[in-house]
Write a new protein. Structure first.
Length: 128
């Protein structure tokens, strides 16, 4: 079990994501900001290339394509599958700045069977 939003968790979930199929064109530099957590605000980023995570680290990515900001509580709900990320975005619970077009091209991936299976695997190794 890895504690949610730690570098250990990012490393472990990044390795698990290696099983995802290649998706040509699904590339982005994504910054996440999680506010109001038990350890304060957490920033982490993913570098995604053709559907594969190349880098998953705590910290800031100065040249990110977009930034997604969620409260800690909503991020946990998304991670547990209790709140759909697309719904969180549409309801204004997830704030996005930057290249919205790039984000929109990636959103359909979250509905793929492979992505849903990965999310379930991640839930099983995550300590909240």
């Amino acid at each position: 079990m890895s504690k949610y939003l730690t570098q250990e968790w990012l490393d472990e979930t990044g390795k698990m994501a290696d099983s995802q199929p290649e998706r040509p064109g699904a590339s982005a530099r994504m910054q996440y900001v999680i506010t109001g957590g038990p350890e304060g605000d957490i920033k982490y980023y993913w570098i995604l290339e053709n559907g594969k995570i190349l880098e998953s680290k705590l910290g800031e990515l100065p040249d990110s394509d977009f930034t997604m900001t969620l409260t800690y509580d909503d991020s946990v709900k998304v991670q547990k599958g209790e709140l759909d990320a697309n719904a969180a975005f549409m309801q204004g619970r997830m704030k996005v700045t930057g290249n919205m077009g790039k984000l929109m091209t990636l959103m359909p991936l979250t509905n793929s069977p492979e992505y849903k299976a990965l999310q379930e695997e991640i839930r099983e190794i995550t300590e909240y």
